[in-house]
Write a protein that binds this ligand. Structure first.
Ligand SMILES: [Zn+2]
Ligand SMILES: [Zn+2]
Length: 134
C-alpha cells in the first residue's frame, strides 16, 4: 500500500490502484457521473460544453467518460469526439465501429500464429473481449 495525495482535494490517502483520487472524491465523482448521465437522458441533444456548464463538471471529465464508453453523446462531430484511428466522428469510446472490427480481426489473426503458449493466449483474449464489450 502507498500513501499519496488525492489529485482532487490534496488529502493524503492509502492508494491502491486506478486514478489517484481519495475514496471521498471518487464517490463525489461517481455521483456527478450519475447526474450527468441523467441529464443526458433528459437532454439527449445537449452539447458537451452545455452539459459541463449545467452540471458543473469540466469538459475534460465529460470527454473522458465518453472515451471510457460510459457516456454516449448524440453528435460526436460537433464536439470533436473522433475515432483515434481514422478520425471519423463517433458518439462514444475511442474508436469507430469499423476500426474496432478491424482491430478485433487483427487480434484474432495474431492469435492464430502458433507461437505463444496456450494459457497466456487465453487470458489475453479474455482481456480483449472485456475491453471491447465494456
Ligand atoms: Zn480527494
Ligand atoms: Zn475509425
Amino acid at each position: 500500500m502507498e500513501v499519496t495525495n488525492c489529485r482532487d482535494c490534496g488529502r493524503l490517502f492509502n492508494y491502491i490502484s486506478g486514478p489517484r483520487r481519495c475514496p471521498e472524491c471518487q464517490k463525489k465523482l461517481e455521483e456527478k457521473f450519475q447526474q450527468v448521465k441523467e441529464f443526458l437522458r433528459q437532454n439527449p441533444d445537449s452539447s458537451i460544453s452545455q452539459t459541463a456548464t449545467e452540471n458543473e463538471v469540466s469538459v475534460k471529465q465529460i470527454k473522458q467518460w465518453i472515451r471510457e464508453e460510459r457516456l454516449v453523446i448524440s453528435n460526436g462531430m460537433a464536439e470533436g469526439i473522433v475515432c483515434e484511428s481514422c478520425g471519423k466522428p463517433i458518439r462514444t469510446g475511442r474508436f469507430c465501429e469499423s476500426c474496432k472490427k478491424t482491430m478485433v480481426q487483427d487480434l484474432s489473426s495474431a492469435f492464430e500464429k502458433p507461437k505463444p503458449v496456450e494459457r497466456s493466449l487465453h487470458t489475453e483474449k479474455e482481456n480483449d473481449r472485456m475491453r471491447y464489450l465494456k
